[in-house]
Write a protein that binds this ligand. Sequence first.
Ligand SMILES: NC(=O)c1ccc[n+]([C@@H]2O[C@H](COP(=O)([O-])OP(=O)(O)OC[C@H]3O[C@@H](n4cnc5c(N)ncnc54)[C@H](OP(=O)(O)O)[C@@H]3O)[C@@H](O)[C@H]2O)c1
Length: 287
Amino acid sequence: MKKAFLLGRGISNSLSPAIQNAAFRKLRINAAYELEDLNRRSFASFFSSLSISDTIGFNVTSPFKEEIMSYLTAIDPRSKSIGAVNTVKIIDNQIGGMMGFNTDYDGIFAALRRLGCLRESAKQKSAVVLGAGGASRASIYVLLNNGYSNLTILNRTVSKARVLSKRFESLFPKSEIEIAPLTEAKFAKSIENCGLIINTISKSNSRYFPLKKLDLSRIASKTAVFDLGYKEESTFLKTARRSGLKTIDGLLMLVTQAAKSFEIWTGRKAPFDLMMATAKSVLQHSV
Ligand SMILES: NC(=O)c1ccc[n+]([C@@H]2O[C@H](COP(=O)([O-])OP(=O)(O)OC[C@H]3O[C@@H](n4cnc5c(N)ncnc54)[C@H](OP(=O)(O)O)[C@@H]3O)[C@@H](O)[C@H]2O)c1
């Protein structure tokens, strides 16, 4: 039996094993998807003990989406531009080659299309991205690659937002990317003229989330809000929904990125509806 893995830290509640194993079973692929909960040191040693010939590939999540790139023999051009990889395919068992992809891109694209944010009229306005981690990188790239040119990145650690603004302004010279700390005042100012807010902050329901009083009163009524979380509706998304804004959580993104990873590993069409039903069922039984 071949193996596929999710490499990350604090991933014990991940839905990915259920989603991927349901797909393997449905297509009668003799493979099992397993979790590898790693820290920085065990991440490095994972590769020395990996049996390449027994592995189909793996997913990579926080905090390793950037670090993984130095272990790969090839990276597809889109993922190289994003600067983060969440899917690795074993490409050549003889030499042990590994190729990296970013299927978060496909997931984010699907969510934005569902929200209607990829229509020409929507792109005239600016977009605000909360966070500057791996998922933020992919979100910013999807936006710029699909016609948005005016972005604001708000992040707790401003230096990380600066790294992203420099990177993406040089990749997309017509773009204008503002950065600011993630404070209530900066948030209120930056949403005034925006048409889309993407929240990529992890654990935004925690008491450490800096936007306590979410003032959406100055936001345009057609603004759309995408929150990448999917386990429980974040206070952020709930407030946006109750304010009458168009909203979407991260479930469609999660299943789309998983389906794309499956297709990269197996070369077969992923059973998307089954994967979505499995994700919904696991979520339902975990509350
Ligand atoms: N739906 C999906 O398919 C999908 C896919 C990928 C990711 N996600 C979700 O997206 C989120 C981000 O993932 P990631 O890979 O980008 O993670 P990451 O690289 O670790 O980035 C985490 C981001 O959250 C910020 N943050 C964390 N704790 C914070 C706090 N207490 N206050 C303020 N900011 C805080 C970090 O700010 P600093 O830079 O200041 O540390 C950083 O911007 C996670 O919740 C993940 O589950 C969902």
